[in-house]
Design a protein around this ligand. Sequence first.
Ligand code: ZN
Length: 233
Amino acid sequence: MQIAILSDIHSNLEALEAVLRSLKRYKPDTIVCLGDVVGYGANPNECVDLIRQHCHLVLQGNHDAALLDQQLKYYFTEHARIAIEWTLEQISTPRLDYLRSLQLTARMENLLFVHSAPTDPKRWEYIVDEYDAIKHFSSFQERLCFVGHSHIPGIYSEEGRKPLIDAQRRFIINVGSVGQPRDGDSRACYALFNTKTTMYECIRVEYKVELTVKKILDAGLPSHLGYRLYNGV
Ligand code: ZN
């Protein structure tokens, strides 16, 4: 089975549409979204609709959760909090209800999916290096755990710095971000994983960044949320 894994769309419609076009080429059997459909960008409603329409499994991220629990936004940076408040004014009630219905974790074959980290997902911890990752292997049984949240793609082995994917080792894999990459590459990012061959691929897709930035500025959202997209930071 070929699985496409998307995360952290963050209301970036142009990036999401580019990823969906790219997926037509690969024709995955299943599309999984690890959450943070909204926040930061100017098209929350459109992104919720597309994700709902195209993904077979969708999880809740911390920005989605912050629309539903007002306390969570106080843990956010100022720009992220402003974007959540703006999104709450824009998003329709049925779409909010949909985001409320999403789970925090899901399992498929020998794979675990979660937005942040497998140990107590509601703590919204970040995994950005092998030192973060190593704490979490004892909290799940599956061979691979796919995460998002940091917007930085990476593959972390249970045994620390070791050669990459083979049939025995266990891994935590960060699939990067569709709508706000932070690894210095402005292109949208998502992942493909084949459960039969165990082939893992990180795919990068160009999109119309200028249009996304213009929409963010026109919406009156913090300008930094637009300009950062040019550099993928
Ligand atoms: Zn995010």
